[in-house]
Design a binder for this molecule. Structure first.
Ligand code: MF3
Ligand code: CO
Ligand code: CO
Length: 282
């Protein structure tokens, strides 16, 4: 996901956002499908005792076997085919030798490039049995992402997406992460617009931040990828420069789809071909 630097990022006007045609949709469909197939493949491998690096290796091999590229390997110095964000890690967790333990929850995020088009998607996974609260956080985050997607159609605004996500997440007593957002994508990994996952919030100095009312138009491509915390929304980035954790160490969850805006709604490019859209997967 894109890091939100300032509110100026949010103020993209609709005419700065690229509009795509039917061939572009076909390209995104292929890229999105491969990314989703990687996440499907992982459902059989996530278990206690597995190292997160092994999961990353499986994705890297699958991407290359399909003649595609990983968009994250080499991206701003990142060296892995996935981000694997465990428990209180919000996003950009780096795969490594650490072994999964029973009741860990994690987000795995994959971005592939097929014929130049980017497919960017993530889901939550459980190692063994999750705690009741963790399952509720994960279910709510999936529901929030889908609520955001379901308002997408020409004439709606980006703020409508944030409002739908915020209503679901906060409605369950959770908090919406504000420092990372969804993004435009296509031939480019991260482009306009910034898609924030709230409509409005007040920061700790009392300043009000409002999502842009940018109009959604047919042919736009972007991701919706809410991160929702069980505690406060505040983020801290670790010394490795990537791993973003919740400051209060509360559990965090995320799902991500890449979508295209159609004449009467949306197309999800990264739906699971196997119907494995949310855990549990067996
Ligand atoms: N896939 C992430 C996103 O949703 C971006 C990851 S960039 C990386 O936009 F370098 F951390 F992999
Ligand atoms: Co993304
Ligand atoms: Co992603």
């Amino acid at each position: 996901m894109t890091e939100l630097a300032t509110d100026a990022d949010v103020e993209t006007t609709a005419d700065e956002i690229e509009i795509h045609g039917p061939e572009d949709f076909a390209g995104m469909r292929k890229a999105g499908r491969l990314a989703a197939e990687c996440l499907d493949m992982l459902t059989a491998h996530v278990a206690p005792g597995v190292a997160t690096q092994e999961l990353d290796d499986l994705v890297r091999e699958m991407v290359l076997d399909n003649g595609a590229l990983s968009a994250t390997i080499g991206y701003r110095g990142y060296r892995h085919a996935t981000c694997i964000s465990l428990n209180h890690v919000i996003c950009h967790g780096i795969p490594g030798p650490k072994l999964l333990k029973d009741s860990d929850i994690m987000n795995i995020d994959v971005t592939v490039i097929v014929d130049g088009w980017h497919g960017d998607t993530s889901r939550m996974y459980y190692a063994g049995e999750p705690k009741v609260k963790a399952r509720r956080l994960v279910d709510t985050t999936y529901e929030a992402m889908m609520a955001g997607i379901n308002v997408v159609k020409p004439g709606a605004t980006l703020r409508d997406i944030g409002a739908a996500i915020q209503a679901v997440g906060e409605g369950q007593g959770f908090s919406i992460v504000r420092d990372f957002c969804g993004h435009g994508l296509g031939k480019v990994f991260h482009s306009a617009p910034s898609v924030v996952h709230y409509a409005e919030y007040k920061d700790r100095w009392g300043a009000v931040h409002r999502a842009a009312d940018t109009e959604i138009k047919a042919g736009m491509f972007f991701t919706i990828e809410p991160m929702i915390n069980d505690g406060k929304p505040d983020v801290k980035v670790m010394k490795d420069g990537w791993t973003a954790v919740s400051r209060d160490k509360s559990l965090s969850a995320q799902f991500e789809h890449s979508i295209g805006v159609t004449e009467d709604g949306f197309e999800i490019f990264t739906s699971s071909p196997k119907g494995l859209d949310k855990p549990p997967y067996n």
